[in-house]
Ligand binder design. Structure first.
Ligand code: IDP
Ligand code: MG
Length: 140
């Protein structure tokens, strides 16, 4: 067990339906702590940069358009094994395959509008946190 930080995003479908509080409650009930949080709206260029790893995938352009369709909330979560732990409580990418009790099972609208993002590795967590936050904004 190691104390880790991971990047979370409440996506435009979540902010549009006023679900920030409900999702944050699930995060906090899992034991993860929200140690930084901000609401913002990405530009197309920023969305393309954030999702650059998916550049070759068929849904890349649609995904970037969706991510700029409304405000998002970027967060840093901290806790024991935070990267894997958050992936667990988020649930599968496609809500149809997400386990009971997960955020995506409960709230996601579709495989694209699936309410939350979570870093998929410790290395990517560090890169993604630095994309949104300076060290000054992360208060443990
Ligand atoms: P993840 O968010 O569970 O890590 P990724 O495979 O990294 O899933 O995909 C990034 C995001 O791209 C997903 O969260 C979802 O919003 C979107 N996405 C993934 N697969 C599809 C698809 O088949 N069609 C449309 N959008 C998709
Ligand atoms: Mg991913």
């Amino acid at each position: 067990m190691t104390l880790q930080q991971t990047l979370s995003i409440l996506k435009p479908d979540a902010t549009r339906r006023n679900l920030n509080g409900k999702i944050n409650t699930k995060i906090e009930e899992s034991g993860l702590k929200i140690i930084a949080q901000k609401r913002l709206r990405l530009t197309k260029e920023q969305a393309q940069k954030f999702y650059a790893v998916h550049e070759e995938r068929s849904f890349f352009n649609e995904l970037c358009d969706y991510m700029i369709s409304g405000p998002i909330v970027a967060q840093v979560l901290e806790g024991e094994d935070a990267v894997a732990r958050y992936r667990e409580i988020m649930g599968a990418t496609n809500p149809a395959n997400a386990a009971e009790g997960t955020i995506r099972k409960e709230f996601a609208e579709s495989i694209e509008a699936n309410s939350v993002h979570g870093s998929d590795s410790i290395e990517n967590a560090a890169i993604e946190i630095a994309f949104f936050f300076s060290q000054l904004e992360i208060v443990v």
